[in-house]
Design a protein around this ligand. Structure first.
Ligand code: CUA
Length: 161
């Protein structure tokens, strides 16, 4: 082996060693943590509906192969919904039937839409971005009904949280 080759080999090996030491030091010594996925951070860890006031709802909709969480959202007519959309795995998309809500659910980010649902009925939610084998069956729904004002589902967190 030529002298220069040996020199380059030793230098690159030393550099790798320095990088490894710095990596261990930053993790253990400085407690540096690599940014986590948004779905590991509250309040985006799971799907839920939170009533914020009379006719005011925050909906955290998590998309994943191949369903939405929560799969069914119940609100009374005239409700204003703040929709926070995230994805746990791949890119999905949502379209809420009868509205102009059309969002992408991109892993690592949260997309937002605000919608008012005036009339009673079922607003289906479709995944409109091809996301794998079960894409065509990926759907959810928003049920707008008067008796929904109490929102019976376990999805609903106590108001004012
Ligand atoms: Cu999710 Cu297509």
């Amino acid at each position: 082996m030529e002298r220069n080759e040996r020199l380059i080999l030793v230098a690159s090996g030393t550099l790798m060693g320095v990088f490894l030491i710095l990596l261990v030091y930053s993790g253990l010594g400085l407690s540096v943590v690599v940014p986590t996925c948004v779905t590991d951070v509250a309040p985006f860890t799971g799907g839920k509906v939170e009533q914020k006031g009379i006719g005011q709802y925050d909906v955290y909709l998590v998309s994943r192969m191949w369903f939405f969480d929560p799969g069914e959202i119940r609100v009374p007519p005239g409700s204003d919904i703040n929709l926070y959309l995230s994805s746990l795995d791949v890119t999905h998309g949502i379209y809420i039937e009868g509205t102009n809500v059309n969002l992408m659910a991109v892993p690592g980010s949260v997309n937002f839409a605000r919608v008012r649902l005036e009339r009673e009925g079922v607003y289906r939610i479709f995944c409109h971005e091809y996301c794998g084998l079960g894409h065509q069956n990926m759907a959810g729904k928003i049920v707008v009904a008067r008796e929904a004002s109490a929102v019976s589902d376990a999805n609903l967190a106590p108001a004012g949280r």
